[in-house]
Design a protein around this ligand. Structure first.
Ligand code: SF4
Length: 346
């Protein structure tokens, strides 16, 4: 790492960054990226929904909110064994981090022992662990931290100014408090937001300023493109210009030079060229798997094919063997090419 991140960005400065000519912005982002990371490496995680639907919160983008009628099938907290089986499969497919998501306002005390067993079991496989469970108390954060949870995901979603348009059941300050409890418990923070929810550029800048100016910048910053789901209040919102999405990634990279910027939800709708631009803008993390909680995600074999085309390597955890991983990557590429041949033969 060559420079310490700034923690006093203003919205005005960040709006100016957004407004740079596209090539200048990309050059700046790529320069910052290269000073801090291997530009041809991407970290991959797998995300599993461990409890689905019927959430008490009213996040207007979310098909899992109990406030809206969507096609999401409700599912209680899964058994520990089932979660560990999925984690083992994710590891076989090359993921280095396993993220477990529950559609809750907050975990209940009765759930905590199961969550602890999940964290301990996934850690034993040599995977990094991440959870997203909603609001946490100081005590719950400590219990999860002691169990060995590496990352906690809790997004700020949007700017403080636009927030009230999107969620009314939880405050912005609630979110900041949870992030602070996670930090105090010694865990790493994964926090980002969603663009394309009808917010302005000023709001996108406002979100990134909030994240960049946290006392310690998040280690992981997911930038999601809204996935419009029928039945949610945002299912008819106007599409965001794809270049504005790429600009958001680039600005996140410049503001948070040492963070992993994750190309997250919405990737299924992005073609190869757009994903390549996102990597060029400084995204260096993705989710593998055909589903992101409840919304579609590209097939793992498509990701491997794209990585192969772009010369991108999957980031390894230290204890993972390069050779074993390379084998997984190559077999997936071959599988994907065979799929294509079969498709073309039809
Ligand atoms: S808290 Fe999470 S699961 Fe619940 S409605 Fe909001 S985004 Fe969806």
């Amino acid at each position: 790492m060559t420079e310490s991140p700034r923690h006093h960005w203003t919205v005005k400065q960040v709006v100016e960054l957004f407004a740079l000519p596209f090539n200048d912005l990309m050059f700046q982002a790529q320069t910052v990226h290269r000073a801090n990371f291997d530009p041809n490496q991407v970290q991959v995680s797998t995300l599993m929904s461990i409890k689905t639907g019927a959430c008490a919160e009213d996040c207007k983008y979310c098909p899992q909110s109990g406030h809206y009628h969507t096609d999401v099938e409700r599912q209680r907290l899964l058994e520990v064994e089932k979660v560990l089986q999925e984690a083992a499969q994710a590891k076989d497919k090359g993921a280095s981090r396993f993220c477990m998501g529950a559609a809750w306002s907050n975990p209940k005390e009765r759930d905590m022992p199961y969550l602890v067993q999940m964290v301990e079991g996934v850690k034993e496989m040599g995977l990094e662990t991440c959870m997203t469970l909603g609001k946490l108390t100081v005590e719950q954060a400590e219990v999860l931290g002691q169990a060995g949870l590496d990352y906690y995901n809790h997004n700020l979603d949007t700017s403080p100014e636009y927030y009230g348009e999107i969620i009314t059941t939880r405050t912005y300050q609630d979110r900041l408090d949870t992030l602070s409890h996670v930090r105090s418990a010694g865990m790493k923070v994964c926090a980002g937001g969603i663009v394309g929810m009808g917010e302005s550029r000023q709001d996108r800048a406002g979100l990134l300023v909030q994240l960049a100016n946290l006392p310690m910048q998040p280690e992981s910053v997911p930038i999601n493109m809204l996935v419009k789901v029928k039945g949610t209040p945002l299912d008819q919102v106007d599409d965001l210009d794809p270049f504005e999405f790429i600009r958001s990634i680039a600005v996140a990279r410049i503001l948070m030079p040492a963070s992993y910027v994750r190309l997250s939800a919405g990737r299924e709708k992005m073609n190869d060229q757009m994903q390549a631009l996102a990597f060029l803008a400084g995204a260096n993390s993705i989710f593998y798997g055909d589903k992101l909680l409840t919304t579609p995600n590209p097939e793992t074999s498509d990701d491997h094919r794209l990585f192969n085309t772009l010369g991108i390597k999957v980031e390894q955890r230290e204890e993972a063997s390069d050779e074993a991983h390379e084998q997984v990557l190559m077999s997936a590429v071959v599988e994907s090419q065979q799929d294509k041949m079969f498709y073309e033969a039809n």
